[in-house]
Design a protein around this ligand. Structure first.
Ligand SMILES: O=C(O)CCC(=O)C(=O)O
Ligand SMILES: [Fe+2]
Length: 358
C-alpha cells in the first residue's frame, strides 16, 4: 500500500515539475511495457440501443451476444443518458484536476492506508511482480473515487464543491448510470437465453463507485502504464473518456492490445469478473489497461457496479447442468476484493484462481 513518503505526492505534481525521466518506481518491467505494436485496424463494436425500443430488441440482443463473446466490451449509443450529462461530468471532473490548486485537491485526499476509500489519490492498483523480484510498480495516474450507491454510502459533502455544480452532476450521473447498468444487464442476460433479471438478481443491490482518472502527460510513455493490466472486479463497468486515446483492451482472437478510440457520446460497457462467474464463463471479463502519452493529459470516468461485500456469487443455476458443470468456485465478494487488493490484479489472476479443474 501507499507509503508515508508518497502520501501527498500526486502524479500530476511530478508531471508538472518538468522531469525528463520518470522516477524508477513508475518503470514497468520489460514484459509489461507498452511496446508500440502495429496500429491495429480492429475496433471494438459500437451498438445502437435505439433507446431500448422493443422493435429493435432482438437485433440489439444479437449484437450484444457477439460483442460479449468476442471482446467483453463494446460501446453503446442511443443509451438514454443525456449527452449533456456526459459532457457535464467530463467538465466538472476535468475542472477539479486542472483548475484547483494542489493544496485544495489534497483537502480531499483519500485514506492511503486502506483500499478503495473515497477521495483523491494516486494509486489503487498494486502490482507485486514476481518476475520483477516482487518490486511494486506505480501507475502514472491520479484519481478521485466517489461512493455513490446505495444512497446510504452517498455523501456529497465528501466531494469537491468546485465547480459549483460538481456534486449535483455526480449525483445525477450516478442515478443515470445505475438505470443504464440495469437495462444492460437485462439485455446481456437475455442474450444468453436467461431471464432478463438473472444477472441482476445474482449481483443483488448495486454498490456503485464512480472513479475519475486523470493521466498527466508522461515524459517516457514507452516505460510506463497509466493503469496496469486488469479486469474490473464487480459486475459491469460503464466508462466514458475525453478525446485523448489511451485505453486498450485485449483482443480475444490474438491476445494483442487494441486501442479503444474515444467516441464522445457513446458509453463503453466493460464486463467485469462477477459477470464472468455468473455466466459460468460464457462471457469473459475484459482485460484492459491505460497507456500514457507525452503531450496531453487524459481524463476518464469509470462507473463500477459491484455486489455487496457479503454477497455470495456463483454461476447461474440455469447455466449449469451435467453437460455444462460449474467452472468457478463460489466466492464471497468481499473475499474477492481483499485478494485483489492484497495481491494486485496482474491481468486476471484473481479470477483464474477460482477456476475449477475440469
Ligand atoms: O482510464 C481508463 O480508460 C480506464 C480506467 C479503468 O480501467 C479503471 O478505473 O478500472
Ligand atoms: Fe478498469
Amino acid at each position: 500500500m501507499e507509503t508515508a513518503t508518497t502520501e501527498s505526492i500526486r502524479v500530476q505534481s511530478l508531471s508538472q515539475s518538468g522531469l525528463s525521466h520518470v522516477p524508477p518506481q513508475f518503470i514497468q518491467p520489460l514484459h509489461t511495457r507498452p511496446i508500440p505494436n502495429n496500429p491495429s485496424s480492429t475496433t471494438i463494436p459500437i451498438i445502437d440501443l435505439f433507446g431500448f425500443d422493443p422493435i429493435h430488441r432482438n437485433s440489439t440482443r444479437d449484437s450484444i451476444a457477439r460483442a460479449c463473446n468476442e471482446w467483453g466490451a463494446f460501446y453503446v449509443t442511443n443509451h438514454g443518458v443525456p449527452v449533456t450529462l456526459l459532457d457535464d461530468i467530463r467538465r466538472v471532473g476535468s475542472t477539479f484536476f486542472n483548475d484547483c490548486s494542489m493544496p485544495v485537491k489534497l483537502r480531499y485526499a483519500c485514506n492511503s492506508g486502506a483500499a478503495a476509500t473515497e477521495g483523491y489519490g494516486s494509486r489503487m492498483l498494486v502490482s507485486s511482480d514476481e518476475q520483477n523480484d516482487g518490486v511494486q510498480v506505480l501507475d502514472w495516474r491520479d484519481y478521485f473515487d466517489h461512493h455513490t450507491l446505495p444512497l446510504s454510502r452517498r455523501n456529497p459533502n465528501n466531494w469537491p464543491d468546485f465547480p459549483s455544480d460538481y456534486r449535483k452532476t455526480v449525483a445525477n450521473y450516478s442515478d443515470e448510470m445505475n438505470v443504464l447498468a440495469k437495462k444492460l444487464l437485462a439485455l446481456i442476460s437475455e442474450s444468453l437465453g436467461l431471464n432478463p433479471s438473472c444477472i441482476e438478481d445474482s449481483v443483488g443491490e448495486f454498490y456503485q463507485n464512480i472513479t475519475m482518472s486523470y493521466y498527466p502527460p508522461c515524459p517516457e510513455p514507452e516505460l510506463t502504464l497509466g493503469l496496469q493490466s486488469h479486469s474490473d472486479m464487480g459486475a459491469i463497468t460503464l466508462l466514458i473518456q475525453d478525446d485523448v486515446s489511451g485505453l486498450q483492451v485485449v483482443n480475444n482472437s490474438d491476445g494483442g492490445w487494441v486501442i479503444v478510440k474515444p467516441v464522445s457520446d457513446a458509453v463503453l460497457v466493460i464486463l467485469a469478473d462477477q459477470t464472468e462467474i455468473i455466466t459460468n464463463g460464457k462471457y469473459r471479463s475484459c482485460e484492459h489497461r491505460a497507456i500514457t502519452n507525452p503531450d496531453r493529459a487524459r481524463f476518464s470516468v469509470a462507473t463500477f457496479h459491484d455486489p455487496a461485500k457479503t454477497a455470495k456469487i456463483s454461476p447461474a443455476s440455469d447455466l449449469i447442468n451435467e453437460l455444462s458443470p460449474a467452472k468457478y468456485q463460489d466466492v464471497v465478494y468481499g473475499d474477492y476484493v481483499l485478494s485483489w487488493y492484497t495481491k494486485g490484479p496482474e491481468g486476471k489472476r484473481n479470477l483464474d484462481a477460482l477456476v475449477l479443474e475440469s
